[in-house]
Design a protein around this ligand. Structure first.
Ligand SMILES: [Zn+2]
Length: 330
């Protein structure tokens, strides 16, 4: 039987969770941990549909009335809930024994569980300790470490995985004909999404992609100016120091990715790149500078990041650092 066959990647989840649902041997609580955009909600939705599916063939069949409702978030017995405060956890507990409306099971999908405070977690724990037989919990979180050990010990933890750039590229081309970005630009956005399908789909939207691509290209201009010992680097920073701190942080962090890539193409042929979608472009830029020159720029930027994180007055320290880096040898 095909299990979770619409889920991209995530073989481990298909084999463990999918197989246990297929054999009706599933547990009453799962923690699904993964980076943003790696499909935690999709997994919870598919698993809920699979648990209640009345169809045949694949699991979930996607066609029976139960699947249709659940996969479109329209089933009243499958609830997405965000719990941050203890009152919300208590309310959930109070309704735990209410009977189901239209299904055999009642499923709670708790999103962003890392935001639950300790009191809320303790209140949720009571529900997890002795839930009714027809209740299943999916606790979604970017960080299972933020959950109490007592919660973790009562649930099976599964991890969604980041996808490879090629898998994301093929998936977007196959499923989203409305995204008309040219290949090079789409690849760049996928690089920026670091394996998150959700983020890549979101950013590939025409309006958002423009902003993202222009911020990336500005960071690249900045790095090139620093490496050329160019005054442009200084004036660029002057212009940034008046802007939002987050923008400055983003530029510095992108610059670190860029310089990191330049160092790795200098050192090794097959290394993984984190910024450049085109290795040729990285190699061409890197070929103009010595490894030590690039490494100096990296240390200066790294130091700037530390200062930025600890020092409230951002501009001055940062600029002097970068001017220093630009003036150091070639
Ligand atoms: Zn079905």
């Amino acid at each position: 039987m095909k299990i979770f066959d619409t889920l991209i990647g995530n073989e481990e989840i298909k084999q463990t969770l999918g197989a246990s649902i297929a054999s009706s041997g599933f547990s009453h609580a799962y923690i699904i941990e993964g980076a943003p955009g790696t499909g935690k909600r999709t997994v919870a939705r598919l698993a809920s549909a699979a648990i209640m599916c009345k169809g045949e063939g694949r699991l979930p069949c996607g066609k029976c009335p139960s699947c249709e409702k659940i996969l479109n978030d329209k089933c009243v017995d499958v609830k997405f809930c965000e719990i941050t405060k203890v009152e919300q956890a208590r309310e959930l507990k109070a309704r735990l024994y209410d009977s189901t409306v239209e299904s055999d099971y009642k499923i709670y999908i708790i999103t962003d569980a890392q935001k639950m405070n300790i009191k809320a977690q303790n209140a949720l724990l009571i529900s997890l300790e002795e839930p009714p037989k027809n209740v299943v919990f999916f606790i979604l979180t970017t960080d299972a470490g933020a959950l109490l050990e007592t919660i973790r010990s009562r649930a099976q933890t599964l991890r969604t995985s980041r996808l490879s750039d090629d898998v994301i590229f093929d998936h977007i081309r196959k499923t989203r004909p409305d995204i008309r970005l040219e290949d090079g630009k789409l690849k760049e956005i996928i690089m920026a999404s670091a394996g998150s399908l959700g983020y890549a789909m979101d950013m590939a939207d025409a309006k958002k992609s423009e902003g993202l691509l222009s911020r990336r290209s500005r960071a690249l201009d900045f790095v090139c100016a620093v490496l050329r010992n160019d005054n442009d680097a200084v004036s660029f920073l002057m212009s940034l120091s008046g802007t939002v701190r987050d923008e400055l942080k983003e530029t510095i962090s992108l610059s670190l990715e860029i310089i990191g890539d330049l160092i790795s193409v200098k050192r090794a042929k097959g290394s993984t790149l984190y910024f450049f979608a085109s290795r040729e472009q990285a190699e061409e830029i890197a070929s103009n500078y010595s490894l030590s020159k690039i490494a100096d720029a990296y240390s200066a930027l790294e130091k700037a990041t530390e200062d930025l994180n600890s020092n409230a007055s951002q501009g001055v320290t940062l600029m002097s650092l970068l001017i220093n880096s630009a003036k150091k040898g070639n």
